[in-house]
Design a protein around this ligand. Sequence first.
Ligand SMILES: NC(=O)CC[C@H](N)C(=O)O
Length: 454
Amino acid sequence: MISSPIPTSLETLAPMAAAMENPLAVSSNVKHFLRHKLCMSFAAHSKRSGKLQVVSVHQRVKATSSLYSDCDVDVQKPWKTADARLVLEDGSIWKAKSFGASGTQVGEVVFNTSLTGYQEILTDPSYAGQFVLMTNPHIGNTGVNPDDEESSQCFLAGLVIRSLSICTSNWRCTESLGDYLAKRNIMGIYDVDTRAITRRLRQDGSLIGVLSTEESQTDEELLEIARKWKIVGVDLISGVSCKAPYVWSQKTHSEWEFHKDQNQVDNFHVVAYDFGIKHNILRRLASYGCKVTVVPSTWSASETLKMKPDGVLFSNGPGDPAAVPYAVETVKEIIGKVPVFGICMGHQLLGQALGGKTFKMKFGHHGGNHPVGNLRNGRVEISAQNHNYAVDPASLPAGVEVTHINLNDKSCAGLACAELNLMSLQYHPESSPGPHDSDPAFREFMELMKASKK
Ligand SMILES: NC(=O)CC[C@H](N)C(=O)O
């Protein structure tokens, strides 16, 4: 049996597999390999010919069902024809095949450039009111599993993809993507030209769309729904926030932990405002040793301060930051009294609380490959992002420092104000999905809390 190191490429796996007497012996290793979602091909030792073969998992999955007894093979019916329409507000109509739930749904269409992590994207509450179009053409191959959920629900309007994997091939998989979406009443479409839609969104900006499987609705009716629907100026965080406070204690699983100085943990109490918080923010705080109390978006500043936290985190969340003045008021009442950390929506609310303004971007940033310049140390972080709004740095008062910029468009990606013990990032240091380059931001928050305790 192969134990360590985990093979990271086909080249390293192939000789190992060749040395195998029994092809089944490779299974746990291959499973581990697939768990990291790195590669969809592997080398296998053919029982029949005795030769090493390099085959795709998709071909392999049926032939070696014993290796993949936990896989769900979902064969696409080749005779399925387009049964759904995506009607965009610009009048374009995109025929597609449906999966997941059926019906009619309206939302804003945004494109996401992440190569992996569709389950974390589906459960990111910040996508409430939006259709996520994945630019990676092949989706569904790793299915879904109970551990990759970023919230307890899918809040997005729907999923738009080019090609739906005909089967799942990951040992962690417990359900196919289609079944998962159907159970959560979320619509999906595939066999649609996602590149053409992405080019349109890049050129014209985010567009409202209506997705429908209902033949009774005419194209004109769907277009009218799209043109009447608004996302700007709407409070979406009240629909995704928790209803009552709760304590969070789960850390990042030891197998996945990448913060190595575990003995350096501090025992700070952090109150985290849930504007649509992703579980991995909470896991990262717990991994750094924090005791975390999560509170609803409407939780008053005075109640928070009574809890005597060492720090307050303002979370990510969906929609227009200018549509939630009550949250900005809460932020205003807290800053300066305890160290604070704002992430994404939390960063935008901090920007407003400091006197700045937010604006809607043309098509936003959604993906796991956005370069950010850390202006304090000169480093570039490849980051996970998901936002349509940004803080206008020119609107900020003196004393507020822009600490990070998005290197694609130079937009503001981070703020700090030393006098107020405040830091914020427009992107996602918790990633999930995405690279971990920005995780040290949590360490910085610990330092901020430590310094203010002295
Ligand atoms: N991920 C987030 O917090 C999103 C922030 C904000 N709702 C935006 O779209 O810009």
